[in-house]
Design a binder for this molecule. Structure first.
Ligand SMILES: [Zn+2]
Length: 74
């Protein structure tokens, strides 16, 4: 599902949405705070890919929290 950036009306990068399903803005519009680059793995089985997502500090904290929760449930 395509999500449109609240800031610039361009589609938000698919990998960014995967890592941050709740995000409302694209990378270039997310300018507040420090930036972190996070490598994620998407897809499944023979169809996997790696992507680098740029997040701000708040997004990164949510991402890490989310990731920990997934790992604990597994
Ligand atoms: Zn934007």
């Amino acid at each position: 599902m395509e999500q449109i950036c609240n800031g610039c009306d361009n589609p938000i990068q698919a990998g960014r949405l995967k890592a941050l399903p709740g995000t409302k803005v694209c990378v270039s519009c997310s300018t507040a705070g420090k930036k972190k680059a996070v490598t994620i793995t998407g897809g499944d089985r023979e169809d996997t890919f790696n992507d680098i997502i740029i997040m701000d500090d708040r997004e990164y904290k949510e991402f890490v929290k989310d990731d920990l929760r997934k790992n604990t449930l597994d």
